[in-house]
Design a protein around this ligand. Structure first.
Ligand SMILES: [Zn+2]
Length: 232
């Protein structure tokens, strides 16, 4: 709350977060746990209205906090973890489909890993307001970059023996895998729910994962003069 010029207290507007943190959890929940669990979780989070009309715009941060907490409350730990992971991957896919221009994706895929990673991190920083709400994002660059969320909405107020923010880890992992290197994995190495403080997501490169060409391969088309552009 803050004071206005007239001396009348005014409520500060609540921070907001992109709707994927709700809609993708809904999709993963329904597919993994079924319609009854979906209704139960959204009911206990006070978000029944989103079952009829999914949000298309930024939602109140408190709604995201309540929904992610309700999933963990209602389901077993492995189920909740899987739902968070799938919702995060789907969020990454959504961003790749709708928010990151195709040309930028192609250019990133042609760059060396370290440079592509640095550019992707810069883009994530610029858009942090869409997913951190009242939280903060700090990053570290270099061969093993990290994204550090302070006051993380997904695990806010929770206490757990292990990290809870697979939703963010999976979103970041999808983006790094598709745009930087398919061997990328993102691990939540430190979670506020476990030790307090920040949630730290480390990008690691699984060199043992089967490497395949990240760059598009241009193959001349046989039997045409001037390659594929020379054909009819
Ligand atoms: Zn966390």
């Amino acid at each position: 709350m803050r004071a206005t010029c007239s001396g009348v207290p005014a409520m500060a507007a609540e921070a907001r977060i992109g709707p994927n943190a709700i809609t993708q959890v809904r999709a993963a929940l329904e597919s993994l746990a079924g319609a009854n669990a979906l209704r139960g979780v959204f009911g206990s989070a006070g978000l029944e209205r989103y079952l009829d009309v999914p949000p298309e715009r930024m939602v109140a941060e408190s709604e995201v906090i309540r929904l992610h907490a309700a999933v963990r409350e209602a389901l077993s730990e492995p189920q909740a973890r899987e739902i968070a992971y799938r919702a995060g991957l789907a969020t990454g896919d959504y961003l790749l489909r709708h928010r990151i221009p195709r040309l930028a994706q192609t250019l990133l895929s042609w760059l060396p890993r370290r440079l592509a990673g640095s550019l992707l991190i810069a883009a994530i920083e610029r858009h942090a307001w869409t997913f951190t709400g009242s939280g903060t994002l700090r990053v570290t660059r270099g061969p093993s970059p990290a994204l550090i969320i302070g006051n993380c909405a997904v695990c806010r107020g929770a206490h757990a023996p292990g990290p809870l923010c697979g939703y963010y880890a999976a979103t970041f992992e999808r983006l790094f895998c598709r745009l930087v290197d398919p061997r990328a994995t993102v691990v939540e190495a430190q979670c506020a729910a476990v030790n307090g403080g920040d949630c730290r997501f480390e990008v690691r490169w699984d060199e043992n994962r089967r490497a395949y060409r990240r760059r598009p391969v241009l193959v001349p088309v046989a039997g045409t003069r001037g390659g594929r552009h020379g054909g009819a």
